[in-house]
Structures are given as C-alpha cells and as structure tokens.
Design a protein around this ligand. Structure first.
Ligand code: ADP
Length: 320
C-alpha cells in the first residue's frame, strides 16, 4: 500500500462569521460562510503543500455537507473515508469576536452528522495506509464518535503510523472545564506528537507561566514531540533529546483563524517526507521555521481554508 499519506479524522463544518466585525452574534446584520473544522483544515493544509491527505468524517446529506465535500475535492483531499449521514445534519458554528475582545460561539450539533460516525463505519484500509494519523475533533468525547476515534487510533498505531493530536479546546462545547481537562488528558498517552496552544497549555496545567517547567507537566515518556504554539511569539518544541523555541515571522495579520492547523499540516508533511527530523534538532528547527511561516501566512487573509499557503508562498516568505 501507499504509505505516503496523512489521514486526518474529525469534523468539518461551516463557521458563520458576522459580515461586520466587533459585534455580538445577536447584533450581527448578516453572516458569511467560512468552511472549516480543525481536522479538515489540517487535511487541506497538507494537500495544498503538495502531500497526499485524506479526511475521515461524517457530513450531513444536505446543502452544507455537499458544499464541504466539494471543497475537500477541489483541494485534492481524498474523500475515501468520508461519509454522509442519512439522518443528522452538517455541524454549524456561529462565531464572533466581540468589541470587548470576548469570543462568542453558538453551535448546531444536536447531534450533528460528525458526532455519529461509528467504529463500524471506519475505512480501516485507509487508516492502515497512513504514515501519520491526525485527530483532534471537538466531538471526541461524544459517542459513538469517541469509540470511533479510539478504534481508529488503535488501528493506526498497530499499522505503524505516528499519532498526532491537537486537543482543539473549545470550552463552550464541554460540560465543564474539569471534564474537558480530564477527557483530554485521558487520551494524552496515546499520541506520539501533540500540539497545544499557549491557551491550552495554561488550561491543562493550571499555570499561566509559559516556560519549560510548565511545558514539562504535559510531557510523557512515550511522547516523541510536544509543540506549543504562541501566536506572534512563534513555537516551542520538546523531545526526549532536546528542546527550544523558534521565532515567528512578522506579517500583516488580519485573521488568525486556521494558523494552528496550517502549522500542524506543515509539520506533518515534513515528518512524512523525513521522519529523522524528530531526532535531529537542526532539521527540526528548519521544519518549525517552515511551519511558523505557514501559520503566519494563514493569518494574512480572512478565513482558514482560503488562507492556507502553497509551498511556493511559504518559501517566498522564508527567503524574503
Ligand atoms: P492556534 O491557532 O492553535 O492558537 P497559533 O495562533 O499559535 O495557533 O498559530 C500557530 C503558529 O502560526 C504560531 O506558532 C506562529 O508561528 C504562527 N502565527 C500565528 N499567529 C501569528 C501572528 N500574528 N504573526 C505571525 N505568526 C503567527
């Protein structure tokens, strides 16, 4: 089988974003459709950089679901693991950044199609073909989606894939903060690669100091690579052998949505190309520079998917 691919499992949905910035959801005069969902963004990021990517997930057999399936296809992401649910509808999110700086979310998921993928419906051959299996659904705690994730992770691991996890914490979706922390950390040990944001680092450790001591609270002996992304401050990395940080690029940021997914997609592409970057610090630093550049470029345009860069755009930023 072709062991060159990155398989990403989770939700794809539509974010409805107010046509006017700085308003509450109730005040919004109208909404723009911004397709996304972190795991789908990662698959598209990988494909846009020229590597083979597949997406596993469920969409509603409705207008929104078909629109999202078309976006995957147009972006060269394999839909071999994608299904349409015959009952539930596509997940939707309404998201705004209010004038007071608070993010406001509202979700349609009662339940949405993505939450209903069962273990029996998984395309196991596709999962077995993965070199890297990435997951980080916002619905990872909900059955049957949770069981499907656990099975997929097990099958991927058995067939030699690296497991990559991004918790994608969206607190409003969880029953409570304690439950979120417990559930996220309960599957921590299974991953080889974990990427968290500075916000997630603080949430999971309870410490607001971003330093090695805090990061080490999230380290586990079986981890290969732990990454912490810091927005305009770049990223930090931890492995068994070395740790450090890599500066961000200065860009004209207009919307940070998707920066983390772009960063992860870039990193996973490079790991598939050359797994030895995980043991070689100078190689890893080069890769993180590339991933930081991807994240930076993604912040220069509105939306996530339209802003994900090609390799040429990344090299143009790196080489000035
Ligand atoms: P997340 O979306 O998970 O919170 P970040 O916002 O930290 O992730 O973004 C991931 C990476 O993208 C960062 O490590 C950084 O390299 C790059 N990035 C994000 N925001 C900016 C920014 N405002 N300026 C430059 N680079 C950025």
């Amino acid at each position: 089988s072709d062991k060159s691919s990155i398989v990403s499992f989770g939700e794809m949905l539509i974010d409805f974003v107010p046509t006017v910035s700085g308003v509450s959801l109730a005040e919004a005069p109208g909404f723009l459709k911004a397709p996304g969902g972190a795991p789908a963004n990662v698959a598209i990021a990988v494909s846009r950089l020229g590597s083979k990517a597949s997406f596993i997930g469920k969409l509603g057999d409705d207008e929104f679901g078909h629109m999202l399936a078309d976006i995957l296809k147009q972006n060269g992401v394999s839909g071999d693991g994608m299904l349409f649910d015959q009952g539930a509808r596509t997940a939707l999110a309404f998201v705004t950044l209010r004038a007071d700086g608070e993010r406001e979310f509202m979700f349609y998921r009662n339940p949405s199609a993505d939450m209903l993928l069962t273990p029996e419906e998984l395309n196991l051959d596709l999962i077995r073909s993965a070199k890297v299996f990435h997951y980080g659904s916002i619905s990872l705690i909900v059955e049957p989606c949770r069981s499907a994730h656990l099975k997929a992770m097990e099958v991927a691991k058995e067939s030699g894939a690296l497991l990559s996890y991004d918790p994608n914490l969206r607190l409003p979706l969880w029953p409570s903060a304690d439950e979120a922390r417990k559930q996220i950390l309960s599957i921590w040990d299974k991953a080889d690669i974990i990427k968290v944001s500075d916000v997630e680092l603080e949430f999971l450790t309870g410490s607001n100091k971003i330093d090695d001591e805090t990061a080490m609270k999230l380290w586990r002996p079986n981890l290969t690579l732990l990454l912490i992304t810091l927005g305009e401050k770049g990223s930090m990395y931890y492995t068994k052998y070395f740790h450090g940080s890599v500066d961000a690029f200065h860009v004209n940021t207009v919307d940070t949505t998707g920066a983390g997914d772009s960063f992860v997609g870039a990193l996973l592409c490079k790991i598939v190309e050359d797994p030895t970057i995980l043991e070689n610090e100078s190689k890893l630093r080069e890769v993180l520079k590339f991933a930081n550049a991807c994240g930076a470029i993604t912040t220069t345009k509105k939306g996530a998917i339209p802003a994900l860069p090609t390799e040429a755009e990344v090299l143009a930023l790196i080489n000035g």
